[in-house]
Design a protein around this ligand. Sequence first.
Ligand code: NAD
Length: 300
Amino acid sequence: PIKNIAFIGLGNMGGPMAANLVQKGFSVTAFDLSQPSLDQAASNGCEKAASAGSAVQGADAVVSMLPSGEAVRGLYLGEGGLLQVMDPHTLLIDCSTIAADDARQVIAAATDRGIHALDAPVSGGTAAAAAGTLSFMCGGEDSAVDRARPVLAAMGANIFHAGAAGSGQVAKICNNMLLAIHMIGTAEALQLGVDNGLDPGVLSEIMRASSGGNWSLEKYNPYPGVMEDVPAARDYAGGFSVALMLKDLGLAMDTAAGSASSTPFGALAKNLYQLHGGDPDIRALDFSSIQNLFRRPVGN
Ligand code: NAD
């Protein structure tokens, strides 16, 4: 059974995920390039390591939660990469959202060395990371996913096995592409109603109970004043940023290009988020701020 875990990348997501592993009784050795992130992890009960290589010594599993495919490939592959120093019995779990091809490359290289590996990107955001209620979408062999389950269960509420290596990443970007599309459609429909004299709350109730009902209307209404405790209620601060949505839509479009799939609404969603997120201050806002693209000054 897995007891000792090396955790690499203790940012907005990795920090609270590692804290939950500690809470559930795992012994966690942490490494991050950022000293403040590492100090925060130590205050949550993690052991600090001086490098990624030293963090994996004696680990039963390594969990990585990094910003990009480049960072994940840099961590594991090549000269000085973790695959060269990891014990073959150490399970590799990468929870970062990266291109499926990058995930497959890392997992194939791990498999060549006899190391079990899986991609396990998450859905749920920082609140779910803190609450331990993330959804994991796993790609890899049954044996690798089954070994990872107790670790993932300590950080999440749902564990899905999507398919072979890279499938977790594919599931994740399919979901987020659809999320972008229905969020934009919801904002567009709400604005059409408001521009024609409807109250956005009344219209939201009607559509929720009708065939236009969807997750954005149920849980994450983009129109200010309709719901409490959503980013729209606080000028779109916090939540899931436009920047991260753009990253995921970029991965979706790359994947679509690779498989020659037709994704017209995904392409349009990416374009609209690019238009909306031209300013860095806006890219930091929650993605439901796309409502502002449709809102017009009073009187127009
Ligand atoms: P973040 O930028 O807050 O954290 C990333 C951390 O990785 C930073 O602390 C950084 O210093 C560290 N890091 C970068 N390269 C490193 C390296 N080579 N070695 C060690 N540490 C390194 O990002 P985040 O919000 O925690 O997101 C992490 C991943 O989770 C991303 O792939 C993101 O797309 C995905 N994700 C994020 C959310 C969210 O709501 N934030 C939701 C779902 C998925």
